[in-house]
Design a protein around this ligand. Structure first.
Ligand code: FAD
Length: 234
């Protein structure tokens, strides 16, 4: 089993676990930098043979401000994430991450399904991409009931297909994109920040935004200076 450094529940059945943050050890580091911030600064100093004498937090601010991003790749993060398949389809587009996902061929999926809250039952926004106002109560309740019904039926169909003896790799066709999956997601800090830049705010979809923002909050104590600079300059 993994050691979990931090965890955060997301949506109705999902979560994000921070499993690991890695960087080369540095012997000394001064607040406000963490040891991970200091590792970024130490990596950057290799470029100049250690001649740059400015404090670590100033050097990191310079690096982030000027897009000298390779030292940020020296910090690696590992996460375990339970997320609906439609969110996973958005997240998998971040191609620089390494992923290992639970297999619905080798295991029986939990068949947990995401049912949005009544408040989240929003209409189409005017720009055609995102969501607009919450539907009026009766329509929101009906939308929620329809989705719950469909997902309940999915579970029944899956169970019946397995009962019939159908292989799991085909029975999973009963799962819709609201079904949860779980994966290990590993990425370096440079690409994690790029992910935050694309997914923390509008126009990213609310659901992936909840994951991205939770991950941003969870990584902050590990790289306070680097994240602070990134928020100021990017
Ligand atoms: C609001 C929003 C809406 C979106 N809508 C759609 C959509 O409708 N359909 C759709 O298919 N996708 C959509 N996407 C996904 C989007 O096109 C990107 O694939 C996704 O955001 C990942 O961005 P990225 O390629 O920069 O990140 P990563 O894949 O993590 O790549 C990081 C960086 O590495 C470099 N890189 C990676 N791969 C290559 C490559 N093959 N060639 C050159 N450089 C590379 C680039 O510099 C890239 O910025 C959407 C994304 C957002 C945020």
């Amino acid at each position: 089993m993994f050691t979990v450094l931090d965890t955060h529940p997301i949506l109705d059945h999902g979560y994000v676990d921070l499993l690991d943050v890695q960087a080369a050890c540095v012997q000394e580091y001064d607040p406000p930098c963490s040891c991970y911030d200091a590792a970024i600064a130490a990596s950057a100093r290799v470029s100049t043979g250690g001649r740059v004498r400015r404090p670590d937090h100033e050097l990191i601010d310079y690096l982030v401000r000027n897009r000298h991003s390779s030292p940020l790749e020296m910090v690696t993060t590992v996460w375990r994430i339970k997320l609906p398949i439609f969110v996973a389809r958005q997240m998998v587009r971040h191609r620089t991450a390494s992923i290992n996902e639970e297999s619905a061929r080798y295991t029986t999926p939990s068949m947990d399904c995401y049912v949005p809250s009544l408040k989240r039952m929003q209409g189409q926004s005017v720009n055609k991409q995102g969501s607009g106002e919450t539907l009026e109560t009766g329509k929101a309740q009906r939308a929620q009931a329809l989705l719950s019904e469909l997902q309940g039926r999915s579970k029944e169909v899956y169970a019946e297909l397995i009962e019939l003896g159908l292989t799991r790799e085909l029975a999973r066709l009963a799962c819709g994109v609201g079904t949860y999956t779980t994966w290990i997601w590993r990425t370096d800090l440079r690409n994690l920040l790029h992910f935050f830049g694309l997914r923390c705010d509008s126009p990213a979809q609310l659901e992936i935004g909840l994951y991205a923002n939770a991950m941003k909050d969870m990584i902050r104590p590990f790289v306070p200076v680097t994240l602070g600079s990134w928020e100021r300059h990017v």
